[in-house]
Design a protein. Sequence first.
Length: 145
Amino acid sequence: MGMSPYSDKVMDHFMNPRNMGDLADANAVGEVGNPACGDVMKLFMKIGDNETIEDVKFKTFGCGAAIASSSMATELLKGKKIDEAIALTNQAIVNALDGLPESKIHCSVMAEEAVEAALVDYYNKAGKDVAEIEKMKAAVKATKE
Ligand code: FES
């Protein structure tokens, strides 16, 4: 790898993204963008009756780190419960990728935001209180500080 600032894992997920594409029967869809770089990320999840993420896919128009972060996020989400998805931080994605350069941390933040946007969509469709998501996220952040 030599001079590359990217870990082997980042390169692997960039070159061979996991779970890329549409999910026709998704019931949780989140789309976020970063106006500074213009990158856009869309995340699709199929959440089952028992609040388990049965399937997850992504489409990202963005840099390599954003694609790697989305790909890793889908791997971390599959089979998890909603509360675990809410607790998924960009730092967990960065750690799973064996790190990202400082200037690319925002790419992983976009992945966390896409997950949150998809969960908000799911809560809205299910008639659940969206404020719960923010509360749970704040609680997770508080325990990490
Ligand atoms: Fe913006 Fe990577 S440069 S998401």
